[in-house]
Every structure is written in structure tokens, then in C-alpha cells.
Design a protein around this ligand. Sequence first.
Ligand SMILES: [Zn+2]
Length: 123
Amino acid sequence: MSDLPEAFQVEYPHARKTHCCYECARQILPGCKHQKYSGIWDGEPARFRTCILCATIRDAVNKLLPRGEDPLAFGELGQYLRDCHSDVPHAKEWLALLQDKQLSFEEQGRHVWAVLDLTDPKK
Ligand SMILES: [Zn+2]
């Protein structure tokens, strides 16, 4: 799905049941804050749930895209980082975080905040 939605809504709810992140396929456990993106594409409603860390990486990558280029489609973050290694700052680090299923959210979060040079919001 690469077209922009005709209408959309972004929310950051706490999960009521277990979901699967559309980007990294990790489980979003009950109580976990995550991004819920609901929209209408070609007249059809769709909804994507993304863990907060993938949503953060995707937002960071979208800001780096050339002007006028559509934002990344859902589920294409990993592929984009693989294809555009040299164009995207930190692409290798982002990709490693997406693919390292051994990292806990806590550990992954520390890496994400560090690469973005942000302070962990929980501290
Ligand atoms: Zn994720």
C-alpha cells in the first residue's frame, strides 16, 4: 500500500490486548503504548499498529525523505532501510534494531533514543 490515504487518524493508545507491530513483528503487549494509524485507502478502511519505537524510527526516516516524496508505506520501513543504506543516516543501526528480536523493548528503546540523540522519555 503506497498511496496516501484519503483520510486518516493517528492515535497513541495503550494496547488492550496483544497486537503485532506492522514493522518489526514484535508483540505489542497489553498496556503498551503504541501508534494506531487508521485511514481510508481507495475507499477501503485499514488500520496499522506500530510499536512506539518503530513509529519513532519511521517518523525520523520520513523527515529525511526528499521534499515531495510520499512518506513510507506501512510495513516498508525495513525494506527502505535495506535499499537506501548509504542515503539514510543511521540506516544500519535502525535496521539492526528492527531485526534484533533478542533485544527487549527497553534495550531497543535505549538504542533508538541514543541514535536520535534524544533523552529517554521515561527518565
Ligand atoms: Zn516495531
